[in-house]
Write a protein that binds this ligand. Structure first.
Ligand SMILES: Cc1cc2nc3c(=O)[nH]c(=O)nc-3n(C[C@H](O)[C@H](O)[C@H](O)COP(=O)(O)OP(=O)(O)OC[C@H]3O[C@@H](n4cnc5c(N)ncnc54)[C@H](O)[C@@H]3O)c2cc1C
Length: 458
């Protein structure tokens, strides 16, 4: 059957459903197509299940430390089946919520199946062809499986398959020392697995400044996680005890034998099976859909939102893409992707909250950078909670006094960082931050103190 709509949305991830809601509320007919799980990566194999597991891992960690707080407990044990069931239940609730929201939406037609372009404004889903003047792509991405020697000869997990099992590996070798890999590494260590992180680059989370990488490594190593950086030539081979991962690092044994391997070496966009050529939609060398500042693709009337456009890799960037498009197309606004300030968190414990530029980025852009820094051990709230690992740091331009970026690696860092983000968004200066009264006792109360005590970075 051939069907025509005012708008078609491909993918029910983090941007599509919200856009469907705004467009139908404006009186348009909308078709939304989902080929797998409603809610996409975040709800099913990303943020939601991992953060529920991080919460279980934190509970285990705190229970083991109960004596530090004068609390008497018995031996601490992990019931992986219940840990897993909790994460699956919370994901399932989120998924069901997205699906029923869409199915109950007046003016919205929900189709399940794989969508593929046949022409610029025509898509095929099973036996149906769908046409619309406005098409929005929200197809997300999936774990990349790198072309490393031996990878196809051994069993391995990705985030999706590991989250689907309640197995507790005896020794999990995590390939990739970035955000996803480190969250899994710490949670599985806290569940009782031996864990080794293997990273190709010279340090963990290589896009951060060196002092952040070093502090994160220290936090993980204190919990008994082995970290192998500089693993130039990673390869895999079957072994009687599981999988041998050859790391060839400058230091340490040439190989690590683990019972299980997790590949966490990046993501790739779901654009290879979308028929983009039939529509003439341009992609970059890595398959991301090329978009302009308003998220329009190379074909007028077709936009791309979320991970598939390469302009962000987070739920909040996908959702912000929706907000930009809704504002521009429905409210007559002129919002741009580049208006947003970089912001994200790494959910190890303690978490890392990050906004704006790193010191290296700021200096590369020619700023004379003022830096303020405090160890979390100096922060009263952290001392009272007995969670003193990490540090806070703020960067400002020495000439304009604009805030350039900030890091809070410490207890509550994922929340407290928003004090800086909101001020940056409002264009407030470092001096304004220094003069703002914050609540005691909080992690955030140290931000004005740090803002008033800055040194020029060498
Ligand atoms: C382990 C892990 C942890 C994460 N943790 C966080 C976190 O804590 N915070 C955070 O902000 N981000 C986190 N992320 C990233 C976050 O999940 C993604 O950035 C976000 O889900 C991207 O949303 P999206 O809407 O672009 O795509 P997705 O959520 O991936 O949705 C795309 C949807 O499109 C569907 N689809 C694809 N192709 C087609 C097609 N041809 N036809 C029909 N349907 C199609 C897919 O089935 C999918 O449902 C995490 C990711 C992972 C993997």
């Amino acid at each position: 059957m051939n069907r025509r709509f005012d708008a078609i949305i491909v993918g029910a991830g983090q941007a599509g459903p919200a856009l469907a809601s705004r467009m139908t509320a404006a009186g348009m007919t909308v078709a939304i197509i989902e080929r797998h799980l409603f809610g996409g990566t975040c709800v099913n194999t990303g943020c939601k299940p991992t953060k529920t597991l991080v919460a279980s891992a934190y509970a285990a960690h705190l229970a083991r430390r109960a004596g530090d707080y004068g609390v008497v407990t018995g031996p601490v044990a992990i019931d992986m089946a219940r840990v897993h069931a909790r994460s699956q239940r919370i994901s399932a609730e989120g998924r069901a919520g997205v699906e029923s929201w869409l199915r109950d939406m007046k003016g919205c037609t929900v189709l399940t199946g794989h969508a593929r372009f046949e022409a610029p404004h025509r898509l095929r889903v099973g036996d149906d062809t769908l046409e619309a003047d406005r098409i929005f792509l929200n197809v997300g991405g999936r774990a990349a499986v790198p072309d490393m020697p031996g990878v196809t000869d051994v069993p391995f997990f990705t985030n999706s398959s590991l989250l689907a099992t309640d197995t507790l590996p005896e020794h999990l070798v995590v390939i990739g020392g970035s955000y996803i890999g480190l969250e899994f590494a710490q949670m599985y260590r806290r569940f009782g697995a031996e864990v080794t992180v293997v990273e190709k680059g010279p340090r963990l989370i290589g896009r951060e400044d060196g002092n952040v990488s070093d502090a994160v490594r220290d936090i993980l190593e204190r919990e008994g996680i082995a970290v192998r950086t500089g693993a130039e030539c990673i390869s895999f081979a079957a072994h009687a005890d599981g999988v041998a991962v050859n790391v060839e690092c400058e230091e340490g044994a040439p190989s690590v034998v683990g019972s299980h391997v997790l590949l966490a070496v990046g993501r790739r966009p779901n654009t290879d099976d979308l028929g983009l050529d039939a529509a003439g939609i341009a992609t970059d060398g890595r398959g991301y859909i090329v978009v302009d500042e308003q998220l329009e693709t190379s074909v007028p009337g077709i936009w791309a939102m979320g991970d598939c456009n390469g302009r962000g890799a987070f739920t909040h960037t996908a959702y912000n893409d929706f907000e930009i498009l809704a504002a521009n197309l429905l409210d007559g606004a002129d919002r741009k992707v580049s208006d947003r300030i970089t912001a994200y968190a790494l959910y190890i414990d303690p978490p890392l909250g990050r906004v704006g530029m790193t010191l290296a980025e700021a200096q590369a852009k020619g700023h004379r950078v003022l830096v303020g820094k405090r160890a979390m051990a100096q922060v009263g709230r952290a001392v009272e909670k007995d969670e003193t690992l990490g540090f806070m740091s703020i960067l400002a331009d020495a000439d304009s006094r604009a805030i350039l970026g900030a890091v809070i690696l410490g207890t509550g860092g994922d929340e407290a960082i928003h004090a800086v983000l909101d001020l940056m968004s409002a264009g407030g200066s470092i001096d304004l931050l220094a003069r703002t009264m914050h609540i005691h006792p909080t992690v955030s109360e140290f931000l004005p103190t740090i803002a008033g005590d800055l040194d020029l970075a060498p």
